[in-house]
Design a protein around this ligand. Structure first.
Ligand SMILES: [Zn+2]
Length: 284
């Protein structure tokens, strides 16, 4: 009998697990894999309408509740808050908050992740690409810490207080396919949107993103149910979807370009030139 496999996605905020790779997470969860989302922050910096903050709720409370709704929809085995605060985009004051992820020591974030890897024992770990998808400081910080933690988790001399050594087998970076980004850059102006000022906060330059290309080593083809589950989970994010149509939140539009396949760059083990269709391929 095959033992139950475990996948951990390490992200920055509530909604990172849904917009982008939510289909992959849903598909593995429904196939019996224990899928966990480790969110660095509770999304404290998000702009949220006063309507949703009634009853004294903070933006972080609202977004964490949305995350719990999405996690349930996606079939996740659990959601873990890494204990940091949302940093906002480069230059914002939120970057200097004492609990801001972007201001945290890399070794401290790494230690927390090493502990989680050693406890959950995932075969597969996923995080952002080296530019954090779209240069978000939290995404970049969490990328660095995840890479470090993946390396350190099996070393008994590193972070001995974080539990017994354990080596996750594969590490992937979630990647926006550049072809789709280039298409988005061409299509968005037709909808009256500026690709250089994309997203809810108009702080994402899609044009600049097309200049950096990451190799694709694995493509997960989503079945219909997984794609539908991802779209259903996206509906949990009322606070991210309430901005003007047709852009449903930060990555909503891109998510639609993604359609039925998610792309990944394999960081470990070193790619061998073959393109994978299953992130657990070759795991023991
Ligand atoms: Zn994020």
């Amino acid at each position: 009998m095959n033992k139950q496999k475990t996948l951990v996605f390490v992200g920055g905020h509530p909604d990172d697990e849904t917009f982008g790779l939510g289909g992959t997470l849903a598909q593995y969860a429904s196939a019996g894999v224990k899928v966990y989302y480790v969110s660095a922050t509770r999304g404290e910096v998000g702009t949220i309408s006063p309507e949703l903050l009634k009853g004294g709720k903070s933006p972080g409370d609202v977004r964490w509740a949305e995350l719990e709704c999405a996690a349930k929809t996606l079939g996740l085995a659990g959601v873990i808050h890494l204990g940091y605060r949302d940093s906002g985009m480069p230059g914002s004051d939120d970057n200097r908050h004492p609990q801001a992820l972007a201001a945290a020591l890399l070794t401290e974030v790494t230690a927390r992740l090493v502990k989680i890897f050693r406890e959950l024992k995932p075969e597969v770990v996923i995080t952002f690409d080296p530019i954090g998808g779209y240069h978000h400081p939290d995404h970049i910080a969490i990328h660095k810490a995840t890479v470090e933690a993946f390396r350190a988790a099996a070393d008994p001399n590193q972070y001995p207080e974080a539990g017994a050594p354990y080596q996750p087998q594969k590490l992937y970076f979630s990647v926006f396919p550049r072809g789709l980004l280039k298409a988005a850059v061409k299509i968005l102006p037709l909808f009256g949107q500026d690709p250089r000022r994309f997203g809810k906060n108009k702080d994402v330059d899609l044009n600049k993103l097309t200049e950096i290309e990451f190799p694709i080593h694995a493509i997960i083809r989503l079945n219909k149910k997984a794609a539908e589950t991802r779209d259903k989970a996206a509906q949990c994010y009322v606070s991210q979807n309430e901005s003007r149509p047709p852009s449903t939140g930060m990555m909503g539009l891109i998510a639609r370009f993604f359609g039925r396949r998610d792309s990944y760059m394999r960081a470990y083990p070193h790619p061998d030139g073959r393109r994978e269709t299953d992130l657990f391929q070759g795991t023991r």
